[in-house]
Design a protein. Sequence first.
Length: 261
Amino acid sequence: MSDTSPFDPVGHESLADAVVEQIETMIVDGILKEGHKLPSERDLAEAMGVSRPKLREALQILESRDLVTVRHGEGSFIAPLSGRAMSPALLALYARHGRAFYDYLEYRREQECFAARTAALRATQSDKDRLRDIIDEMQKAWEEDDAEASQEADLRLHVAVVDASQNTTLIHMMASVYDLTRQGVFYNRRFLRTMDGTGEKLLQQHKDIVATILAGDPDAAEQAARAHLDFVEESFRLGEEQKARETRAAKRRKLSGQASR
């Protein structure tokens, strides 16, 4: 295992318990998230300085606590932690009733403003490097007009800002919220690009959020996050209004055609 491994060698007082303690702590801290695949037994045992039998014992304990899922032939994975924010039936209901989108957005706005403000105060050098890397990816995706890469980087940036807040409750709660975004339940980022023209405004808003966090300015970071979510809300309101106008116009045209027969 290389020196870049996030796992530390454990002491020798109670090897299996020490392994369990370290992995549990990494889960609580939001370092290991649900679905994350752990290194192979050999690599993990080497990184933590324990024998493979002791590592297996620790994984069995974690599995019994529903924290790790062992898939034979595939490896060990962090188990689902926060669960779905909504049941499939409620998701479908929300998708049919667009008004729910604004409640979702209101919740995201307050949480992400808090995350940005807190990240500006707490972000480590590693957090800042991660944010810079994602912004570089967003810039590249924009220059290449790669909508799919842009959308994926967008979501990862929001996750990275929340992670940089160092608030473990927020990290786990927002993971469930972002799952809704990833599923496209409420909106598709491609729609925002149509409202934005080229997507340049969205890119600049994300740059502003990162810049204020890197500068350590909590007030400006909160304002940048709020401006971004306000833009998202206003874009969708305008989109709904345009759609309603087009629907009315289409009906008037049909009636006009019938009247002229």
